[in-house]
Design a binder for this molecule. Structure first.
Ligand SMILES: [Zn+2]
Length: 212
């Protein structure tokens, strides 16, 4: 109901060109964004997991992710979710997982920002796919400095032991997908994988919108 009312007040726009558009992304922008698409599938042999990344982190993509995270444009979650769900290669990858876990942010940061950007998108993906959103397993134990302001070599140290786990029985024998917005050095994703690897998940994977 609330969603319906919001829709009347704020009709969904294309997140990239602002044209009124029910989908969250218009056909033209969808085609324009193809030039950033890489649909890159990587395998981390050391920790035995696969990761999937849709776009190169540059130009329009970079601008929108920054807008979404730092410029109060929470509504862009719909656009990103739509882009993800329309991508056939990505959907093929998502199919082999049961649970989607958005990378958590610290509760203090969530209060400041008003939302966890990865959670909003993961929730929308879960709503429109077979994946189950699970946000009670992984939590941010330390309010670390934003990775985005650190040099690449400082990032690994910054997120070390930054995450905690609870309710770990929820991932037992499950195929678990960790979702984040950007993959830069991979430190954040790797730290999450390491935390969850301690338990009995069947498989762990990583999925991000963009790769730097
Ligand atoms: Zn558009």
């Amino acid at each position: 109901m609330l969603e319906y009312i919001l829709e009347l007040i704020y009709p969904t726009k294309c997140g990239f060109c602002d044209k009124i558009c029910k989908d969250g992304i218009c056909k033209k922008c969808e085609i324009d964004l193809k030039k950033y698409e890489i649909n890159l599938l990587l395998r981390n042999k050391d920790y035995n997991f696969k990761s999937m990344h849709i776009f190169r982190y540059e130009e329009e993509i970079r601008k929108k992710i920054i807008d979404y995270k730092f410029n109060n444009k929470a509504y862009l979650y719909k656009t990103f979710a739509k882009i993800i769900l329309k991508n056939k290669k990505v959907c093929g990858f998502l199919k082999s997982y049961d649970i989607i876990i958005p990378v958590p942010i610290h509760k203090k940061r969530k209060l400041e920002r008003g939302y966890n950007q990865t959670e909003l998108i993961a929730r929308e993906i879960a709503k429109n796919s077979h994946l189950k959103l699970e946000k009670s397993v992984l939590y941010k134990a330390k309010n670390v400095i934003s990775q985005s302001v650190l040099t690449k070599d400082k990032r690994k140290q910054n997120v070390k032991n930054a995450f905690g786990t609870k309710n770990i029985e929820k991932i037992t024998n499950k195929n678990v997908l960790i979702f984040d917005d950007i993959y830069t050095t991979g430190s954040t994703a790797l730290e999450c994988v390491k935390m969850l690897n301690k338990y009995n998940a069947q498989k762990i994977g990583v999925f991000t919108i963009a790769k730097d």
